[in-house]
Design a protein around this ligand. Structure first.
Ligand code: ADP
Ligand code: ASP
Ligand code: MG
Length: 427
């Protein structure tokens, strides 16, 4: 099972290069199933186009439009493979048996029935599947799995086909200790546990889609993240690290002892502050019930102590930017009832997270992280933690500085070669 991201098939040259890799795998004796994303920034361009004709495109039609991106790349890739003398058949998500629920734009896979893929493989063909899409069990409408969802298609198919592993081909050499576009001295990890990768993906490291990692952990499918532009080994994501080759004498692998697996960042969130909430029992419940009713997932929440004189408090929380408008409308509706003073909306924020299973047993990680941010002149607006993660919200313009400062403070910078970013626009 192989998956190629958009940057790997950005143009005709890319499609031909990927076709060659697929044919190589086939010639090596494998049954090859390929999941492919839309070419380059096609998905973003289609979204821009939709917004030009309608400020709020109907979700059903938007999904229909976006899935066209993957149709283009799958058909071109099948043609390119054919041109190298091997039969390839392309399939939409629906044809490949990817069955989802009906929530457009963020559909969940509920079943995979890959009969047509198995038949194609049985007949000696290479199967090429459009990523990021499925068909709703109830409505029979075409759905998409959310941005970056092709990774999830690949792992879900790998599980259904009982593949040994899933190779995710992208534009960097694996999972690094931070996004190499921000920290060129980031180091490639040999191995990352599902647990750490889940936190990294949840914290915005877009190298892998969150649901893909959840799926891989549930079905115990090892993932190999690697570059489609080089032959190098990438990063293995699984429960147990592969038995490491003996370290050269006198040297131990510092990466394996690291407390911190990596630094992740996320620029897709916004912050809402409810100002002047009466400090009474039940007020917070009412606010968060209204948000839950609007189907909004919150991330961090901070409530200040009320000023003694006024008995009023402020409550701030972060949420996906895409849900900002809906949340503000839902809160506005309960303004009189709750009796708060006003609402503030801020989408100029970013989240920076430090992730590592080693944090459990090492005190002082938080202090070191916060001192590094202070030394870099970065102000912390919100904080949240889990057993193996510390996240802070900072000004969007300071995200890069914060990532670099944290990365350096935990000695993650490599003194050897710089990480290579082979393609993509980082959009
Ligand atoms: P694809 O088109 O192959 O799906 P994506 O753009 O979705 O690729 O994901 C790859 C990008 O993820 C890289 O180019 C890199 O900028 C970004 N990235 C973020 N965090 C990390 C990380 N920790 N390690 C490697 N890449 C990362
Ligand atoms: N093409 C989709 C996107 O840009 C899916 C993917 O690339 O995984 O989000
Ligand atoms: Mg991706």
């Amino acid at each position: 099972m192989q998956k190629y991201g958009g940057s790997s098939v950005a143009d005709a040259e890319g499609v031909k290069r990927v076709a060659q890799r697929i044919v190589d795998a086939k010639r090596a004796g494998h049954d090859v199933v390929v999941v492919v994303s839309a070419m380059g920034d096609t998905t973003d361009e289609l979204i821009d186009l939709a917004q030009q004709v309608s400020p709020m495109p109907p979700p059903r039609e938007l999904d229909m439009l976006l899935t066209a991106g993957e149709r283009i790349s799958m058909a071109l890739l099948a043609m390119a493979v054919g041109n190298l003398g091997h039969e390839a058949r392309s399939f939409t998500g629906s044809q490949a048996g990817v069955i989802t629920d009906s929530s457009h734009g963020k559909a969940k896979i509920i079943d995979v029935t890959p009969g047509r893929i198995q038949k194609a493989l049985g007949e000696g063909a290479i199967a090429i599947v459009a990523g990021f899409q499925g068909v709703s069990q109830d409505t029979k409408d075409i759905t998409t799995l959310g941005r970056g969802g092709s990774d999830t298609t690949a792992v879900a198919l790998a599980a259904a086909l009982r593949a040994d592993c899933c190779e995710i081909y992208t534009d960097v050499d694996g999972v690094f200790t931070a996004d190499p576009r921000i920290v060129p001295s980031a180091q490639r990890r040999e191995h990352v546990s599902y647990e750490e990768m889940l936190e990294m993906a949840a914290c915005g490291a877009k190298i892998l889609h969150l649901r893909c990692v959840e799926y891989a952990r549930r079905y115990d499918i090892p993932i190999h993240v690697r570059s489609s532009f080089s032959k190098l080994t990438g990063t293995w994501i699984s429960n147990t690290p592969p038995t490491a080759p003996a370290a050269p004498t006198g040297e131990s692998s510092t990466m394996e002892q690291a407390i911190i697996a990596g630094v992740a960042h996320d620029r897709s969130e916004a912050k809402i502050t409810v100002v002047g909430v009466p400090d009474k029992i039940g007020e917070a419940a009412r606010i968060f019930e209204a948000l839950a009713g609007a189907g909004i997932n919150l991330d961090m929440i901070v409530q200040n102590i009320s000023a003694a004189a006024t008995n009023l408090t402020d409550i701030s929380f972060s949420l996906p930017r895409a849900d900002g408008g809906t949340a503000m409308t839902a809160l506005d509706r309960i303004k009189e009832e709750v009796g708060f003073a006003s609402l503030l909306y801020d989408d100029q924020i970013g989240k920076v997270s430090l992730i590592g299973a080693g944090m459990r047993s090492h005190p002082g990680v938080t202090a070191k992280f916060f001192s590094a941010l202070a030394a870099a002149g970065v102000n912390i607006q919100m904080i949240s933690t889990s057993e193996i993660r510390i996240s802070v919200v900072v000004d969007e313009l300071q995200v890069d500085d914060a990532v670099r400062a944290a990365h350096a403070a935990f000695d993650l910078d490599s003194d050897q070669v710089e990480a290579v970013v082979y393609g993509g626009t980082g959009r």
